[in-house]
Ligand binder design. Structure first.
Ligand SMILES: [Zn+2]
Length: 588
């Protein structure tokens, strides 16, 4: 016999075999026993949660030789026929491939005929949201006046795409993702029946990767069986097949972020990509990992994951505060959203990792954690004071407790930190932009574009992140000694303008004989505003138009620990007469 996929072989044939969705099963069974079967049902929910499986079981329950019954026998000719798809009374349509009005009209023509062998004609329309408008209209006519012997079961993963006229005529059931526990139970049964050895970590990973879909879980299990070359399926096998990232690797990466070692973190990301993991998958795995860590920290652990016993995981979770996790989750979610519309997925992922390593900028988060714990202590103290005073009958003086605002004031970053902020900001203005635009040169731009290409092809800079970002940008204007680059994101610009990166990049450009002394990065949103302003004002008579004072919001950043040295005026004077070699200025 040909090999049958696990998800087919283990597809439930009766209500009692279905995993999860118990509320839906109960309602359907009640409808059958009370003889109140509706004419149209809508089964919505994520893929692999049992919509079409339940639709088929419902068709069996209605048409079984012993039916309508709350549990089909699965042994009579009709039950078996429905199973094999040979009973003409149960019509399955895949709307993804039969989505035209003609298909639905043809269906409508058969509606009027009585069922051939069973008691009901059951139309199961899968992926119903794929129907065309004309097809929906044709379907609607049937739903408006359905003959008594007809039951429609519409299944969809995207119910919001259905017209209201259809939705209002259906009894709707929302299928839930299947719980990790239920998936694990089912996998255990299948492994036992098929005599397959699999480690419990591997099994948990399959259930996690399936994200609540039983069909996905079984398909993945199937693939792992074919993939594994050992006697037992291991966690590594599952990770290799699913493309998921091992949580140990995620821990390594996040540890680097915690230590603010951003380059190290980006290298970890790079390793994962080289191992063949897809960027969105990695981002998603990071999100799931952080969600698990939040659950662990909140002690809302519904499912005991093997990871929770891992020493490195426990250590990491003591180092990462809850507000920081929320902050990271925001960064990752944003980055995933931006990736959807971009071909530069890698750059967005790297940027996200950099942002995650740069969390000091948001010191507020740590403070709110401390405020939370202070508030908690105060509440306990308050309780104690109340308690003692009621016993002693004597009210001691209790100083008023500080308010949250007062505490925030108290916990403000130290003055020195504040100063760093001030020292480091030196915003790029529209004047800087004007300077480049007024002296823009086409020839220089062409030359720079060529150099751009050389740099992007050279392996020498492939590990220098700022340069990678820069050369992914677009040169929009070049003057005698400066250029402007348009980058997709504000954070990209700030990164490339950072002092140490600025120095590195200028060094590179100095190697080429181009006399470049400065550059400016501007985010696309702002650049498009400046450009349209410039274009509207520019003319032959006015080749250097005064531009509107658009706020660019990008800072040139100076290294805080290295304040700009003020030169001794005597040395400055001396320098006019001698060159530096002759002077040999030493630190002391
Ligand atoms: Zn039967």
């Amino acid at each position: 016999m040909a090999y049958m996929a696990l998800y087919r072989a283990y597809r439930p044939q009766k209500f009692s075999e279905v995993v999860g969705q118990q509320h839906i099963i109960k309602t359907l069974q009640n409808a059958i026993s009370l003889n109140k079967v509706a004419h149209a049902y809508l089964f919505c929910g994520p893929r692999g949660t049992g919509k079409t499986t339940l639709a088929k079981i419902m068709a069996k329950a209605l048409n079984c030789e012993n039916g309508p019954t709350i549990e089909p026998c699965d042994e009579c000719e009709i039950c078996k026929g429905i199973q094999k798809g040979t009973i003409s009374d149960v019509i399955e349509i895949d709307a993804a491939s039969n989505n035209g009005a003609d298909d639905i009209r043809a269906l409508r023509d058969t509606v009027k005929f009585m069922p051939a062998v069973g008691k009901y004609k059951v139309y199961i329309i899968d992926e119903v949201h794929m129907l065309s408008n004309a097809a929906f209209n044709a379907l609607l006519k049937t739903l408006e006046e359905p003959p008594k012997h007809i039951v429609f079961i519409l299944a969809t993963t995207e119910p919001y795409k259905l017209p209201n006229t259809i939705l209002s005529r259906c009894q709707r059931f929302d299928f839930q993702s299947i719980s990790m526990e239920d998936i694990l139970k089912r996998l255990e049964i299948v492994a036992k029946e098929e005599h397959i050895l699999i480690s419990s970590e591997a099994m948990v990973q399959i259930a996690t990767s399936a994200e609540g879909g039983m069909r996905d879980a079984l398909s993945l299990f199937d693939q792992c069986i074919s993939y594994s070359t050992h006697s037992e399926i291991t966690l590594d096998d599952v990770l290799a097949v699913s493309g998921n990232v091992s949580y140990l690797k995620i821990i390594e990466l996040l540890n680097s972020c915690v230590k603010k070692k951003d380059t190290e973190a980006v290298i970890f990301l790079d390793k994962m990509v080289k191992e063949g993991k897809e960027i969105p998958r990695i981002m998603n795995d990071l999100i799931l990992f952080l969600r698990d860590m939040l659950l662990y920290k909140n002690q809302v652990v519904l499912e005991q994951k093997p990871m929770f016993k891992n020493q490195e995981f426990i250590e990491l979770s003591t180092k990462v505060s809850k507000p920081l996790i929320y902050q990271w989750l925001d960064i990752l979610n944003d980055s995933l959203n931006q990736m959807r519309f971009s071909t530069q997925k890698r750059a967005y992922a790297e940027l996200a990792i950099l942002k995650m390593s740069d969390y000091e900028l948001n010191a507020q988060a740590d403070f709110s954690d401390r405020i939370e714990s202070l508030e908690h202590t105060i509440a306990i103290l308050n309780e104690k004071i109340k308690h003692t005073s009621s016993i002693e009958e004597k009210k001691p003086y209790v100083p008023p407790l500080p308010t949250t605002a007062e505490m925030k004031q108290f916990m403000k970053p130290k003055e020195e930190n504040k100063q760093i902020e001030i020292v480091s900001s030196n915003e790029i203005t529209i004047k800087d932009v004007e300077n480049v635009l007024y002296h823009a040169s086409k020839e220089k731009k062409e030359k720079l574009n060529q150099i751009w290409k050389q740099i992007s092809m050279s392996d020498q800079y492939s590990n220098t992140f700022a340069i990678q970002i820069l050369i992914n940008g677009k040169i929009v204007a070049v003057s005698d000694d400066a250029f402007i680059v348009e980058l997709p994101d504000m954070a990209f610009c700030n990164r490339v303008m950072q002092y140490e990166n600025y120095v590195k990049i200028m060094e590179i450009f100095n190697e080429y004989d181009l006399n470049i002394k400065d550059y400016i990065c501007i985010p696309t949103v702002i650049w498009s505003k400046i450009l349209s302003d410039y274009k509207s004002k520019y003319s032959k008579d006015n080749p250097q138009p005064k531009l509107a004072d658009i706020k660019i919001g990008i800072k040139r950043r100076v290294i805080p620990n290295e304040p700009i040295k003020k030169e001794d005026p005597i040395i400055t004077q001396l320098k006019q007469y001698f060159n530096e070699e002759q002077l040999k200025i030493t630190e002391d």
